[in-house]
Design a protein around this ligand. Sequence first.
Ligand SMILES: Cc1cc2nc3c(=O)[nH]c(=O)nc-3n(C[C@H](O)[C@H](O)[C@H](O)COP(=O)(O)OP(=O)(O)OC[C@H]3O[C@@H](n4cnc5c(N)ncnc54)[C@H](O)[C@@H]3O)c2cc1C
Length: 385
Amino acid sequence: MQTCERFDAALTSSEQTLIIKARKFAAQQLPEATVANSGEHRQLLSRACHEGLAGIEVPVQMGGASASFSTRMRVCEELARHHAGFAFSLVNHHNIVSRVAHSGQPALRDSLVPLMLAGERIGCTAMTEPQSGSDFTAMQTTAVPHDNGWLLNGAKAWITNASLADVFLVYAQTDVTAGAKGVGGFIVFADDPGFKREPAYTVAGTEGMGVGEFCLTDCFIPEERLLYPPGDGFYAAMRGVNQARVHVAAINAAMLDTALSTACGYSESRQAFGKPVMAFQGLSWSLAGVATHLEAMRLLAYAGAQVIDAGQDAQGIAAMAKKYANDHTLQAISTCMQAMGAHGLTPQAGLDRMLIWAKAFCYTDGTPEMMNERIVRQLRKVHQS
Ligand SMILES: Cc1cc2nc3c(=O)[nH]c(=O)nc-3n(C[C@H](O)[C@H](O)[C@H](O)COP(=O)(O)OP(=O)(O)OC[C@H]3O[C@@H](n4cnc5c(N)ncnc54)[C@H](O)[C@@H]3O)c2cc1C
């Protein structure tokens, strides 16, 4: 039994059904998927939504599955075996559906959740700005109270789904002297006056993610679209980041699993000096190293998901899971390519795009340097006495 099968066996039967659904969806829809433009990307997101893959953690009474975070992570992993960029895009959309569904804004919740579950409205989360990423509280986007609502001004950059989304969770500073305590979270719509979307990025490693940017100029947001009041915004963002880090670790594991199985298959069939190249210890040991990293990466991601489901502090384990994935996936995919000779470079092998996705995932939801910072903070807390 593989690690993922053992993990799934501990989930409920309806959770296992969702994972099987995701596996089938990925096998049927994603290998040939073109998500080259916003129209195709939207269609694919919408099909995944119709399979219930955007409502995993949404309560049943709101049309979701009331399933665990572990299920959401496993669904993401199954999708990423075939298309890591799309898996990341869908999980970013799901994040907003889930946040709105659990929000204290009933009117917003009742109007938006059904549309987002059906894929008729796509969501994204906007923290990063053109001049600041790692240093979240250095944001320059401001929100000023105005006429029973807020006026937002600023710009956000490097936002997954921004090129096609309709619903934006925008973090903005409500008090420039308050730091983290002044950060609020606002729901902005693409058709709000003052919202301006820029064209999608055509940057390496962003295939299927719809990454882009937008700016806000005196953009009025009514009070009922304040998702997180000043004070709650920063902590809500950080909670989301822990989940996202575990997702990224699982996505990396999924890519590596596919790369390893491709490399093993090729190396068994490729002959050199009268033998399959897999029979040469110099080559097969390199793949043994990849298999070991894969297992460790997956176990860290699964441990992170279990800590999140238990409602415990996941900062340390989520940072370790992402750090481990970022530290090893690039080299491990490169090792798989090496085992395939020049064929490893071809688009038919499919490892080239994984390599560049793996690099992009070194930035999403915090860099490995920031993961180290987080882990060291925890170390000092535990060992200071
Ligand atoms: C494909 C992709 C999708 C993304 N999607 C989203 C999204 O949906 N929403 C969103 O808000 N953002 C998103 N981002 C942005 C991402 O979160 C940022 O790129 C990331 O937080 C790093 O910020 P930065 O790129 O501005 O780098 P900077 O913060 O400018 O850092 C530059 C370098 O300095 C290092 N550094 C900074 N501070 C320290 C320190 N204290 N110690 C050591 N080293 C340090 C960093 O690790 C990095 O190597 C996405 C990025 C990519 C590439």
